[in-house]
Design a protein around this ligand. Structure first.
Ligand SMILES: [Zn+2]
Length: 409
């Protein structure tokens, strides 16, 4: 307890807020084709900051010009724990800046809120994690085991950062992770999974005036579309009901015919090919094989009804299944106590409606994850994104107490 009190004196409210603002002022929207529009500048800032605080630091290129920054304190011996505080450095586009009441990269502080792209998602969570980890260094409290901080690239797109990170030796040592995404500092024990399935229908081109001469792939897509409600019902039966998350959903998001790059749309031409993407959200209880079997059933039924067409499906990227951790996990216990110590109130539990880098950590490393960070979970990706300064400070204190509880147990 003495150690915790000492650690918390090194979480300075003004520093956490100013660090968040400094991170927000470095734009890190990834714009393909523009070598200056990546996470590189914010990653360099984090790297310099961590080195100055005396962390061990490694920088890995997740993709060209898109670095992951990893810092840590302490060492692991057999049987000891290693806890990760995880954040991502990329932000989504600001959209049209004229729609913002404050410039999207100025990080203005107004009535206790910081406004800007990435304020909630998730430069504030990253700043809170940085200050929390640094508190151990500054207080001279060397944790038993290892405390790792990771600032990863590309969470908003293909999760290349975390996919690279899980292949590194330091990730393989981890025994648990806190994902510092904006969740109003609730302890989120579940995350919905996401699967993107692209259906491709191949037919035969013909003149629109003589449809009998061709095979129209758009009718095949219609058959797939008709299977969507039944697919959703089956997934709801197969997945478990969650206390915190909405049941599975199946949502068509992209339809193209002809698909981009394959011919030009013309009003009097039956295209050779049509494509549709389904965005499928899952709760726990189904594995990759189960999802594959369900999608195969959709394909088979649509194909049966369309004998002159070829219908296939493929995942757009690797499946991200739903994740769940138990209340009895050591990390959850450590954080539940941590919230009380850091804030004086009882922890609130919740779930994450989307998937995060934590999904990959849970699936690839098998470690328990809890998502907990400052910011309203509905505000990310919106115009006038903001974060309450008080929540950032609270998050930093929660991370300190939780890390101490977890590593010293
Ligand atoms: Zn995020």
């Amino acid at each position: 307890m003495a150690a915790l009190a000492q650690l918390l004196t090194h979480v300075d409210a003004e520093e956490v807020v100013e660090l968040t603002r400094a991170l927000c002022r470095i734009p890190s929207v990834y714009r393909p084709g523009d070598p200056d529009a990546t996470e590189a500048r914010v990653a360099a800032f984090v790297e310099t900051w961590l080195r100055r605080e005396g962390f061990h630091v490694e920088v890995h290129e997740a993709a060209p010009g898109r670095p992951n920054v990893i810092g840590w304190i302490g060492e692991t011996a057999p049987g000891q724990r290693a806890l990760l505080l995880e954040g991502h450095t990329d932000v989504v586009t600001e959209g049209d800046p004229s729609e913002w009441s404050w410039p999207p990269f100025a990080a203005e502080l107004v009535n206790g809120r910081i406004y800007g792209r990435g304020a909630a998602d998730m430069k504030s969570g990253l700043a809170a994690a940085m200050v929390a980890a640094a508190a151990f260094k500054r207080a001279g409290v060397t944790p038993r085991g290892k405390l790792v901080l990771a600032a990863l690239a590309d969470e908003e797109d293909h999760m290349l950062g975390v996919r690279h990170f899980v292949t590194t030796p330091i990730a393989r040592e981890l025994t648990a992770a806190i994902i510092c995404e904006p969740e109003d500092n609730e302890l989120c024990l579940e995350q919905r999974g996401v699967v993107w399935a692209r259906f491709t229908v191949r037919g035969r081109m013909a003149h629109g005036a003589m449809p009998e001469a061709g095979a129209n792939p758009i009718h095949g897509l219609g058959r797939v579309l008709r299977e969507v409600p039944a697919l959703e019902r089956r997934l709801r039966r197969r997945c478990e009901r969650s206390r915190y998350l909405r049941p599975p959903t199946v949502t068509p998001t992209i339809i193209q015919s002809p698909p981009r790059g394959i011919g030009v749309p013309q009003s009097n031409v039956i295209p050779a090919q049509a494509e549709m993407t389904l965005d499928i959200r899952l709760t726990a209880g189904i594995d990759g094989e189960g999802v594959r079997a369900e999608l195969e059933q959709v394909r088979a039924r649509a194909a049966e009804a369309s004998p002159d067409l070829k219908i296939e499906w493929e995942p757009v990227n690797p499946f991200r299944l739903a994740t769940r951790v138990d209340r009895s996990e050591a990390l959850v216990q450590a954080m539940g106590r941590g919230v009380r110590q850091a804030t004086g109130r009882a922890a609130k539990y919740g779930g994450v409606p989307g998937s995060t880098d934590g999904t990959i950590l849970r699936m690839e490393l098998g470690i328990p994850i809890v998502t907990c960070g400052p910011g309203n979970r509905l505000i990310p990706h919106q115009v006038n994104e903001y974060v309450e300064a008080s929540q950032i400070i609270e998050a930093a204190r929660i991370y300190v107490a939780s890390a101490l509880n977890y590593l010293e147990a």
